[in-house]
Design a protein around this ligand. Sequence first.
Ligand code: DX5
Ligand code: ZN
Length: 221
Amino acid sequence: MKAPILAPSVLAANFTQMTDVMGQIEASGAEWTHLDVMDGVFVPDLTFGAKMVADLRPLNRTIFDVHLMTVNPEKQIESFARAGADYITFHHEAVVHVHRVLTSIKGLGKKAGISIVPSTAVNVIEEVLPFVDLVLVMTVNPGYGGQKLIPQCLEKVKRLTHLREEKGYSFLISIDGGVNPDTAPEARNAGVDVLVAGDAFFKAPDKAAMAALLKGCQVKT
Ligand code: DX5
Ligand code: ZN
């Protein structure tokens, strides 16, 4: 089994120390940086916008995985593309014309991701699967870090893995919420390609060891 990509979520980091944080992510061996954009409407809290992403961009060389937990994401796609996002993922629940938004992300030369909350079934995104580069399966209700993974959501990962194989699609499957060394093995077995981890990564004193553990690699001593 291939080791998954790790995407530490900066939501769990100290926002006053972002230069160090970005260095820690790269030094740990994580390939991606997960950037949670919250608007206080789609989810109760607020985090940051495109300016922050642009300011963080030069601070490490990882892939920037922007997760928009916002209403009207289409209004901000150009700003995030300009800010240096590599993947731009928005919520199915926030958009009517999903295909149009996916097309505009790709038109800006970026990878397009679709996300679904725990109560949304895979079926509703089936028609757009040929057009997505990433499916972000929320394994908690979005809005906060440090929640418990809802195991039933991993069934959606299995279904997506199956659909991808059956239809010959090439999207990556990511999970977000409650990923830690106890929950990661089952997620890897379900076929996850990208593990997003906030608390588990940033609370770990040895981030490289935690990265190896989450990816299922042998921990170097
Ligand atoms: C939650 C965010 C997550 C969050 C995950 O709504 O989308 O990316 O940072 O945090 P943990 O890994 O602590 O559950
Ligand atoms: Zn996220």
